[in-house]
Design a protein around this ligand. Structure first.
Ligand code: BTN
Length: 255
C-alpha cells in the first residue's frame, strides 16, 4: 500500500485494516477536504436507502473521500456529486481494469456477467456540515460463491484484466480528482463541464422501461427519457406525463 501517497486534491490517504464503515468514520472525523479513508474490511458498511453493504475482507475496494465544494458551487448542485463519482469510477475501471461498467441511475455500477447485468459497485453520499463524504464500494475479486446477493457481480466475474486493488484505487482517485476539479471550476454546472453528457452516455437506465419505487410505498412505471439539470431521472409515463424522480430505487424492467 506504500504507493498510495497523498498528492493533489488528496491531502491524506489512510488505510485501516478494519472498521465499521469508512463513511461513518469520515463523517465523524474533523478531516479536511481531500481526506481519503480506505478499509481492508468493513463490518457495518452502509448503502443508499438505509441498506447495508457487505463484502468479504479484502475482496474489494471500500473507501470514502471528503469534499468541500464550497461557496463556488450552489448547494442545489451538490446532488451531482454522487453521479460525478459514478462517471469517474466507471471511466477509471474501463481504463485500468479493462471492464465496461454502466450506471444504473443514480449510481449503481453495473457489469455484465454471463450476459446478465449485475451490480459490482455502489456509491453513498452524505452531508457532513459544509462537506460531502462520498463512499465508494466495489466488488473486485469476489467469486460467484462469495456474492452477498444473487444480483451482485464483481469485476473479476466480468473478466477484469486487473484485480489488484492498489492500481484500481489509484485510477479511481485520479479520475475522481479530474472530474471534481472540472465540475467545481464550472461552478457545479453539469452542462458546462460535460458531466451531464458523460453521465447520459454511461447510463444504462436511459431508454429503458423502469419501475421507480418511491418513498411512501408508491411506484411509478415509465420510460427513462432523460437526466435533468438537477440529476433527476425523468420518466415518461403511459399517460404521457414527464415525471422527474429525485430519490428512490429503480428497477430495470425491459431493454
Ligand atoms: C449503495 O450501493 O447503496 C452504496 C454502497 C456504498 C458502499 C461504500 S463502501 C465504502 C463506504 N462506506 C460505507 O459504509 N459505505 C460506502
Amino acid at each position: 500500500r506504500g504507493l498510495l501517497r497523498p498528492g493533489g486534491l488528496w491531502t491524506s490517504v489512510d488505510v485501516v485494516a478494519a472498521t465499521g464503515s469508512t463513511n461513518s468514520d469520515l463523517v465523524a472525523s474533523g478531516a479536511g477536504e481531500g481526506a481519503v479513508l480506505v478499509a481492508e474490511e468493513q463490518s457495518a458498511g452502509r448503502g443508499r436507502l438505509d441498506r447495508t453493504w457487505s463484502a468479504p475482507p479484502r475482496s474489494g475496494l471500500f473507501f470514502s473521500v471528503r469534499l468541500t465544494p464550497g461557496a463556488g458551487v450552489p448547494a442545489e448542485r451538490w446532488g451531482w456529486l454522487p453521479l460525478l463519482a459514478g462517471v469517474a469510477t466507471a471511466s477509471a475501471l474501463s481504463r485500468a481494469a479493462g471492464v465496461d461498467t454502466a450506471l444504473k441511475w443514480p449510481n449503481d455500477l453495473l457489469v455484465t456477467v454471463d450476459g446478465a447485468e449485475r451490480k459490482a459497485g455502489g456509491i453513498l453520499a452524505e452531508r457532513s456540515g459544509d462537506d460531502v463524504v462520498l463512499g465508494i464500494g466495489l466488488n473486485v475479486s469476489l467469486r460467484a460463491d462469495e456474492l452477498p446477493v444473487p444480483t451482485a457481480g464483481s469485476l473479476a466475474l466480468a473478466g477484469a484484466a486487473v484485480t489488484d486493488r492498489d492500481p484500481l484505487l489509484r485510477a479511481v482517485l485520479r479520475s475522481l480528482e479530474e472530474w471534481y476539479t472540472e465540475w467545481r471550476n464550472a461552478g457545479g454546472d453539469p452542462g458546462r463541464c460535460r458531466l451531464q453528457e458523460a453521465y447520459a452516455a454511461g447510463c444504462a437506465t436511459l431508454g429503458r422501461t423502469v419501475r421507480a419505487e418511491l418513498p411512501g410505498d408508491r411506484a411509478l412505471v415509465g420510460e427513462a427519457v432523460a437526466v435533468d439539470g438537477d440529476g433527476r431521472l425523468v420518466l415518461a409515463t403511459a399517460e404521457g406525463v414527464q415525471q422527474p424522480v429525485g430519490a428512490g430505487d429503480i428497477v430495470h424492467l425491459r431493454p
